[in-house]
Design a protein around this ligand. Structure first.
Ligand SMILES: [Zn+2]
Length: 104
């Protein structure tokens, strides 16, 4: 039986925990993402952290594996001028929530 799926190229290497994490990341990466400009789900990853809409050519910066990250939402809120104390609290919440996630 031939194994198929995102990890077929990895074989039995790296162990099951890493493979599971890899599947989660790759699945997220390959999903069609919604364009913040035109609303079509035509956004594809151009490069690490760079996302481009094939419908309207809108290019924007995002997370390494998903266009929108929890941290990005907090950063946006901070940029809008939310109270510093509240932002710091939100950042701390995000940090503890994302502790398990791997970044590049
Ligand atoms: Zn678009």
């Amino acid at each position: 039986m031939k194994k198929v799926g995102p990890t077929r190229g990895l074989g039995v290497r790296y162990g099951s925990t890493v493979r599971k994490r890899y599947i989660k990341v790759i699945t997220e990466l390959k999903k069609p993402h919604r364009c913040p400009q035109c609303g079509f789900t035509r956004v594809k990853r151009e490069s690490v952290g760079i996302w481009k809409c094939s419908k309207c050519d809108y290019t924007f910066a995002g997370g390494a594996y998903t266009p929108v990250t929890k941290l990005g939402v907090v950063a946006k809120r901070a940029a809008k001028g939310a109270p510093v104390e509240e932002t710091a609290k939100a950042t701390a919440a995000v940090e503890s929530a994302t502790e398990e996630e791997t970044t590049e």
